[in-house]
Design a binder for this molecule. Structure first.
Ligand SMILES: C[S@@+](CC[C@H](N)C(=O)[O-])C[C@H]1O[C@@H](n2cnc3c(N)ncnc32)[C@H](O)[C@@H]1O
Length: 319
């Protein structure tokens, strides 16, 4: 069969399965199989697929029709112009998360006097936010944490592939526990356990603290995160691609969806330098409730809308 014919069949199959953007999806999967760009599809509609190509394409179409996200089939998602490797078990970066990067960059460039800001990305997933910041801020010290070993492995892989590995340190941690449990006192004053060689010798979590150097044992100028924020009660409202295929730990936060955000705000209060900033992605309808979690320790609270006008990013400055 030629390209035109397989695309026509694919469109029918994906439309029948109620796959959103069926035409684009059919093209993206075909480009992936052929290792060609869209121009090729339009320039050579009469080109014949080999038997192997057709078999591979039909296999992907069946998986997509069954609900597997396109990005898990192509193993690729672009974020902030960076081609990222994506795989099942790790959250797929979303375009709206680029607003987190925009807000973070604006704060570092306009409000912070130093170029070598210490930044941590909490729940790094593929590493998308940390790697975008590493690309844009060549002198910043960037750490990225995740509770998922699969995410950390993938994030490290992406850092290597993009030549950004020397710029970002990846650590396993439950939110910022790896730092709070190492003797950092409120307001960034180092406690006795964090002195000297930093947290290397900590008894609390020796294997996880391995590799932490002295600059991470001091507080942060900026904490960024796209945390899990879907309430488990809302699971049924998620698209099936998300509900059935993306990792639950990346999606759900207990109770009203704000439990992880609540914990993170508490830790950020301890770990940010005075005037340091917290930048968080928000879920739909979360802005007022997230804002009310901040309390007296914060100032300059700002909410940024995404392109659909949904309040998407909360930024706050530690007093
Ligand atoms: C919504 S995903 C965001 C991933 C990535 N930052 C992005 O924007 O695409 C949330 C991430 O937080 C991680 N995560 C969930 N709970 C966590 C916790 N308690 N501590 C650290 N990471 C956590 C998940 O493994 C997941 O990678």
């Amino acid at each position: 069969m030629n390209l035109r014919q397989v695309l026509r069949d694919a469109l029918q199959q994906l439309t029948a399965a109620q796959v959103p953007s069926a035409s684009t999806t059919a093209e993206v999967l075909l480009m992936h199989v052929l290792e060609r760009d869209r121009t090729f599809l339009y320039a050579y509609p009469e080109a014949e697929l080999s038997v192997e190509q057709e078999r591979a394409y039909r296999h992907l179409l069946r998986q997509r029709a069954a609900g597997h996200p396109t990005q898990y089939l192509t193993c690729r998602q672009e974020f902030w112009g960076l081609p990222l490797h994506v795989e099942p078990g790790v959250f797929i970066p979303r375009p709206e998360t680029e607003h987190v990067v925009e807000v973070a960059l604006q704060i570092v460039r306009e409000r912070m006097s130093k170029a070598d800001a210490r930044i941590v990305d909490v729940g790094t997933g593929t590493g998308c936010i940390a790697l975008a910041l590493a690309k844009e801020l060549p002198e910043a010290h960037i750490t990225a944490v995740d509770v998922s070993e699969d995410a950390l492995r993938l994030a490290r892989h992406n850092a290597e592939a993009l030549g950004l590995a020397p710029r970002v340190q990846f650590l396993h941690s439950d939110l910022l526990e790896v730092f709070t449990s190492h003797g950092l006192a409120p307001n960034g004053v180092e406690g006795s356990e964090a002195e000297g060689s930093g947290v290397e010798g900590s008894r609390a979590c020796p294997e996880r603290s391995r590799g932490i150097t002295s600059h991470e044992s001091r507080p942060f100028d900026l904490i960024v995160s796209n945390p899990p924020y879907v309430s488990p009660d809302q699971a049924a409202q998620l698209p099936r691609e998300v509900r059935e295929h993306e990792p639950p730990a990346a999606l759900f936060s207990p109770g009203d969806g704000l439990e992880v955000t609540r914990r993170l705000i508490g830790q950020a209060q301890q770990l940010l330098v005075p005037s340091g900033a917290l930048v968080l992605e928000l879920g739909y309808n979360m802005a007022a409730r997230a804002r009310s979690l901040l309390g007296d320790a914060w100032t300059n609270i700002e909410i940024t809308n995404d392109l659909r006008g949904i309040p998407r990013v909360l930024a706050a400055q530690r007093k």
